[in-house]
Structure formats: structure tokens, C-alpha cells
Ligand binder design. Sequence first.
Ligand code: PRP
Length: 185
Amino acid sequence: MNANDAAIGRMLIPAAEIHTRISGLARRISDDYAGVGLLALTVLRGGFVFGADLIRRMDPAIAVQVDFLRAGSYGDGTTSSGRVDVEHPPPVDGRDVLIVEDIVDTGRTLESLQERIRDRGARSLRTVTLLDKEGRPDRRCTLDYVGFRIPDLFVVGYGLDYAQMYRHLPDIHVLNHEPRPEESP
Ligand code: PRP
């Protein structure tokens, strides 16, 4: 992986399992949007790997358009700052929008995005997330398609980072601990 290997813990979801699950999600989404089409709105940075794989498994007959926005609240830490910064929200007026997220944890990011997209006049709005952290009863966001429900662990790989590292790993791993200075590259 890289010089920070000691920080990377057990594999939680292997790449093959991720890809099988994404194929299932893409089939369901293709059925639901048949004849309608959709705007797949991927949330950067974490959603970029999932979004790219998901759209390529959708039925080629579906009219799929893609766009991106950037949202972040974790900075370089492992807990949410509570403040969601959103950059470059695209026009969604009259569109059938599918938000594509890598993970929903506290739900604050998604809640904020869903509110903004509805306010901007989307015709319909659904959300797909690859990972959904269990045990968050206070969330006010809605999830329409979920890849995996996972326990309350900080995970990296397949687009998910710790301090911008590990996004390139093909499998999803648990972060053992925050990398110590002597482990830094
Ligand atoms: C991550 C992830 C989600 C959000 C989920 O983004 O991509 O957008 O956190 O957390 P929440 O449900 O507690 O709000 P992050 O802020 O780490 O930015 P990134 O996508 O650039 O890594």
C-alpha cells in the first residue's frame, strides 16, 4: 500500500464483494429510472470511485448524465467538524437527481445536500450510498439505495480517505489508528 501500512487494519469489504454489490445496485437503479433518465450527482471527493463504477454498470439504454459537487466536513481528522462546506453545486432545476455518496455517517453532509438540491428545484431526488454506518437514529436524511451497512468504524479505501490518504486502495479497510509521525511517508 504505502509507508503508512501500520495504520491500515483488517479488510472489511474486499473489492470483489464491492463490485458484485454495485452491479446489484446499478440494476435496481436502472429499473427505477427506465424511460426517465437521471443526473448522477457524485459527492467529491470520496464518491469518485463508487460513482465511476456505478454508472458503468447501469443499463446503457438509460439516459445518464453526470455532474459533481464537493462537500466536506471531516478535514484531516476522523470525526465530523459539524460544519458542511459545499462547493460548486450544479444546476438541478427540473432534473431527476441521484446523489451518489461513498458513506453516510452522522448524516449531516447528506442532510445539507438534500435540502440544497430540493431548494434548487430538482424534479425528483434519491440518494445512493455505498456505505451506511449503523446506529445513527437522529439522522434526518433519506437513503434510497444502500450498498453495505457497516459498524461504527473509521474505514478507508475505495475512495475513502484518512487525511487524503488511502483513497486508491481497491478494498475497504478499517483504520487501526491515526498514522504516527514515524509511519509517515
Ligand atoms: C465524507 C463522505 C461523506 C461524509 C459523510 O466526506 O464522503 O460526504 O463524510 O459523513 P457525515 O454523514 O458524518 O456527514 P469528507 O468530509 O470526509 O470529505 P471527502 O469526501 O472529501 O473525503
